[in-house]
Ligand binder design. Structure first.
Ligand SMILES: Cc1cc2nc3c(=O)[nH]c(=O)nc-3n(C[C@H](O)[C@H](O)[C@H](O)COP(=O)(O)OP(=O)(O)OC[C@H]3O[C@@H](n4cnc5c(N)ncnc54)[C@H](O)[C@@H]3O)c2cc1C
Length: 406
C-alpha cells in the first residue's frame, strides 16, 4: 500500500480506523458470511455501529459542503482517500467493504448530474447516523453488460411522470438500498443520446423485489436482479431534469462515474492481492522455521517476489489515477490502466499464493481458498479487462469513445 507519510492527518486517521474495523469486524464477518452462504442482514448490529460512527456523515459533509465556495482552492483528496480506504478495507474483506452503508456506485451520477435539491434529497440521508442506509447503481441488464449503449430499459414521459419498463441485473446492494440509480433509454435507436438516469426509491410500485444471485465468492454483499413494470416516477426523479440531457449527457455521466470508481475498484483488487501476499508469506515463514519442508524453495521466493512487485505497481497506478481525479484532470486512460493492471495482478497473486500452499490451498481450512474465489469478479466488475484494454487503446490512438462496461 501507499506510504502514508504525505497524507493529511484526517486521511491517515480514516485508513487507521479502517484497519481497526477490518481486523475486528470485516475479516471475521466476511468469513462468517462466506461459510453461511449469504450476506449479513441490513439490521445486523455491525451496520448500525458503522452508521453511528458517522463515517458517511463526515464524507458527505466533505463532498457536498454547504458552502462550496468556502472550499475553493483547497487541495481535494476524495479520490485518493477512497483509493486508500477501500484498498485497506478490501485487504480485510472486499465483500464486506462493498456491503458498508453509503451511496456506493450510485453516488457519483447524483453528484455529477443531480440538481442541488436532488443532491440534498438523495445524498443528504447519509448524514443521518441513526440507522444504516445504502444506495445502488443499476446499469447492467441481461442483454447489456460491457456495451452499455445497448441498454433496453425504456422510459417514457406520461404527463408529469416517467414510466419505466425493463430488467436490471447484478445490481449490488439493491435489496437493501434506499434508492437505486437506474439508467434507461427514451429510444434505443438513439444509442447513447437516448440515455436518462433516474433515482428509484425503495417501495416504488412497479419495481420487483430484487432476486439474489448466488456468487462463487464475495458472498458478504448482495448482488441482485429486478424488473421494472410500469414503474411510475415523479419528474423530480430524473437526475438533473430534462434540460441536462442534450447530446450524450446521460451516457457521459455514467462514463465519468467510472473515472472516479475505477481507481477505487482497482485499489480493492490490490487490497485482495496484498492479503494473499501476507497470508502466503506468513505461511512460508512459519513452515520454514518450524521445519516443514517447503518444496522447491527458490521457486517459492520467485512467486512471492512476483506478487509483491505487482502489488506495488498496482498501488501506484491506482494512486496516480486517483490523484488525477482529485486534480480534476481527465483520467480515463489512467483509471483504465489501473483497473486493467490491478485485477489480473490480484488474480495472479491469489493463484500463486494458492500454488505455494499446494494441496492445503484448495481446502476451506486455509484463507487463500476464499481469496481465490473472491478475486475473480474483480476483472469483471466496472468493465472487464478486455473493455479496459479497448478503452486504453482508443485513448492512445484518439479513437472515438465506445462501450466501457457497467
Ligand atoms: C459481483 C458483481 C457485481 C456487480 N455489480 C454491478 C452493479 O452494482 N451495477 C451494475 O450495473 N452492474 C454490476 N455488475 C455487472 C458488471 O458491470 C458486468 O458484469 C460487466 O459490465 C460485464 O458485463 P457482462 O457480464 O454482461 O459481460 P459481457 O459484456 O456479455 O461480456 C462477456 C465477455 O465478452 C467480453 N467482451 C465484451 N465485449 C467485448 C469487446 N468489444 N471486445 C472484446 N471482448 C469483449 C467481455 O470482456 C467478457 O469477457 C456486477 C457484476 C458482478 C460480477
Amino acid at each position: 500500500m501507499i506510504d502514508l507519510v504525505e497524507v493529511p492527518p484526517a486521511i491517515r486517521n480514516l485508513v487507521e480506523m479502517t484497519r481497526w474495523m477490518g481486523k475486528e469486524h470485516l475479516r471475521p464477518l466476511g468469513i462468517e458470511a462466506d461459510r453461511q452462504g449469504h450476506p449479513h442482514p441490513p439490521d445486523h448490529p455491525f451496520y448500525k455501529m458503522v452508521a453511528e460512527m458517522g463515517i458517511m456523515k463526515r464524507r458527505m459533509e466533505q463532498e457536498t459542503p454547504a458552502d462550496e465556495k468556502k472550499d475553493e482552492g483547497k487541495e481535494r483528496w476524495g479520490a485518493r482517500s477512497a483509493v486508500l480506504a477501500l484498498e485497506e478495507a478490501s485487504y480485510w474483506d472486499r465483500g464486506m467493504a462493498v456491503s458498508l452503508p453509503g451511496p456506493g456506485l450510485g453516488g457519483p451520477p447524483i453528484s455529477q448530474l443531480g440538481t442541488p435539491e436532488q443532491k440534498e434529497r438523495f445524498l443528504g440521508i447519509f448524514r443521518d447516523t441513526s440507522k444504516p442506509r445504502w444506495g445502488a447503481f443499476g446499469m447492467t441488464e441481461p442483454g447489456a453488460g460491457s456495451d452499455v449503449a445497448r441498454i433496453a430499459t425504456r422510459c417514457e414521459k406520461k404527463g408529469s411522470e416517467w414510466v419505466l419498463n425493463g430488467e436490471k441485473s447484478f445490481c449490488s446492494n439493491s435489496p437493501r438500498a434506499d434508492w437505486v440509480v437506474v439508467y434507461a433509454t427514451i429510444d434505443r435507436n438513439l444509442g447513447r443520446e437516448g440515455h436518462r438516469a433516474f433515482v428509484i426509491e425503495r417501495g416504488t410500485a412497479g419495481m420487483s423485489t430484487p432476486k439474489l444471485e448466488k456468487k462463487m465468492g464475495l458472498v458478504s454483499y448482495e448482488t441482485a436482479s429486478f424488473s421494472l413494470t410500469d414503474c411510475r416516477l415523479p419528474a423530480g426523479n430524473l437526475l438533473g431534469g430534462e434540460a441536462v440531457y442534450k447530446g450524450k449527457a446521460g451516457f457521459v455521466s455514467a462514463m465519468k462515474s467510472f473515472d472516479i470508481s475505477r481507481p477505487a475498484i482497482a485499489a480493492m483488487a490490490a487490497g485482495i492481492a496484498r492479503a494473499a501476499y501476507d497470508y502466503t508469506r506468513d505461511f512460508v515463514k512459519q513452515n520454514y522455521t518450524t521445519g516443514r519442508p517447503i518444496p522447491r524453495y527458490a521457486r517459492m521466493l520467485d512467486r512471492l517476489t512476483t506478487m509483491k512487485r505487482k502489488i506495488e505497481a498496482s498501488a501506484l497506478l491506482c494512486w496516480k489515477a486517483g490523484w488525477m481525479a482529485d486534480l480534476r484532470e481527465p483520467n480515463t486512460l489512467m483509471a483504465s490502466m489501473a483497473k486493467a493492471y490491478s485485477a489480473p495482478a490480484a488474480l495472479e497473486a491469489c493463484s500463486l499464493g494458492l500454488e505455494v500452499l499446494g494441496d492445503a490451498g484448495v481446502t476451506k481450512d486455509y484463507f487463500i481458498e476464499k481469496l481465490y474465489r473472491d478475486v475473480k469478479a474483480m476483472d469483471i466488475v466496472e468493465g472487464t479487462g478486455q473493455i479496459q484494454r479497448i478503452v486504453i487503446a482508443r485513448r492512445m490512438l484518439d479513437y472515438p469513445r465506445a462501450e466501457q462496461g457497467g
